[in-house]
Design a protein around this ligand. Structure first.
Ligand SMILES: C[S@@+](CC[C@H](N)C(=O)[O-])C[C@H]1O[C@@H](n2cnc3c(N)ncnc32)[C@H](O)[C@@H]1O
Length: 383
């Protein structure tokens, strides 16, 4: 069957690689998604094990529509009793990029009307709507005139791994953090430091990746569990096989933050998944942090200065980051993600790789700096 894994801008390549490793076929990267083919087992594995997918869709019906009536008629052309009964509940999520349809909620409403009318016409009874916990969640996607209706096999977004506790003010999305780790080329064996770890998302995703730990293991339910063809035995097999592949290597992963509260939250999350032995936490400002090993990788998501910092302070803050990297972390590769372009320049090191990612609506640079022995000398020479 044809399937689509949705993701964030910039993560298509690593997602395609993950799908290849799962055994998916005919993999094609598109904008913020990867199309692929696979059987039910691949569908279940994708939901359980993909780190960089937000949800997995199964397209079931395509048609063209440039007005409300064509939309209604197009939806009616599918036999909805083939995927659900009138006893079950449904929800419809609209994704609309079309000048013909300006109100996405209206598109969802029209789609729902056509489906329930078909059931009422054929059986005298209609399925009801349940936004929170439907038996079948559908996505109607309209691009210009092309409408595609898909079944959402994931239900709740796959970024909700179930390890988050407490409330950090600016946590990274788990899918984005996992994508950053895969993009960074971290090889699992080298020491990894997040010196401004906040709630610890980068660290948790790093441990999951290094241990081959399926990110969906603690999710209680998936959309496909409400489907007519749900195969509980196959799902259990997929879960058991994935659990058997969890590894227990010795990891050198370090997280620190200036905030005691943030470290408390991060520690608590690590405890949830029994990752507490895999991560060494400390409360420290980056200015005072000393590495435990002479070589390694830093992945850091500093404050962007959106709310609390003034622009001048942000620039100074990133200058401090650069200085600390140059003075204390020689031998390390450092990846920094931020939406503050100007501040990023003030790190004062030449980025050897520059990637574009989005943290929610914020366009961010994810830049790699190589802190080698000559870095300091060069800086001094060019002053
Ligand atoms: C954008 S948040 C990081 C969020 C984190 N990636 C997460 O997923 O929760 C930035 C963090 O930097 C920390 N921070 C700010 N100034 C710092 C400093 N000088 N040294 C260390 N940490 C600092 C803040 O306490 C905050 O937790």
């Amino acid at each position: 069957m044809k399937l689509i894994a949705k993701t964030f801008h910039g993560l298509e390549k690593v997602l395609a690689e993950e799908l290849k490793n799962l055994g998916a076929q005919n993999i094609k990267e598109v904008n913020r998604a990867v199309e692929f083919e696979g059987d039910k087992e691949i569908l279940y594995k994708s939901n359980l094990s993909l780190r960089t997918a937000i949800r997995i869709l199964k397209p079931i019906h395509q048609f063209t529509a440039s007005n409300d009536q064509e939309l209604y008629d197009g939806v009616m052309k599918f036999d909805w009793s083939s995927i659900m009964t009138n006893e079950e509940t449904l929800a419809i999520d609209p994704v609309v990029y079309s000048e013909h349809f300006t109100h996405s909620q209206y598109v969802a409403l029209k789609t729902k009307d056509a489906i329930v009318d078909q059931f009422r016409n054929n059986t005298g009874k209609r399925p009801s709507v349940d936004i929170e916990n439907p038996s079948v969640r559908l996505v109607i996607h309209i691009a210009k005139e092309k409408a595609t209706i898909s079944m959402d096999s994931s239900g709740d977004s796959l970024h909700k791994r179930g390890y988050r506790v407490g409330n950090h003010k600016a946590p990274l999305n788990e899918v984005l953090a996992a994508g950053m780790i895969l993009l960074s080329g971290w090889n699992k064996k080298m020491p990894l430091i997040d010196p401004m770890c906040g709630s610890g998302t980068i660290l948790m995703e790093a441990v999951m990746y290094a241990r081959n730990y399926p990110p969906g293991l603690h999710k209680k339910s998936f959309g496909f569990m409400g489907w007519k063809d749900y195969d509980a035995e196959l799902w259990n097999k997929v879960v058991e096989e994935a659990k058997d592949k969890i590894e227990h290597p010795r990891l050198r992963i370090f997280g620190s933050d200036i905030s005691v509260k943030a470290i408390d939250i991060a520690r608590e999350s690590a405890l949830q998944l029994r990752f507490n032995r895999d991560i060494t936490f400390s409360v420290s400002s980056f200015e005072k942090l000393e590495p435990h090993y002479p070589k390694g990788m830093i992945i850091v998501n500093p404050p962007y200065g959106e709310r609390l910092m003034k622009d001048k302070d942000v620039v100074d803050f990133y200058r401090m980051i650069g200085n600390q990297l140059k003075q204390t972390f020689i031998g390390y590769d450092a990846w920094v993600i931020t939406s503050h372009k100007e501040a990023l320049k003030n790190v004062g090191l030449k980025a050897i790789e520059k990637l574009k990612l989005f943290n929610g609506a914020l366009e961010c640079g994810f830049h790699k700096f190589n802190i080698y022995d000559g870095t300091m000398k060069k800086i001094i020479k060019f002053r």
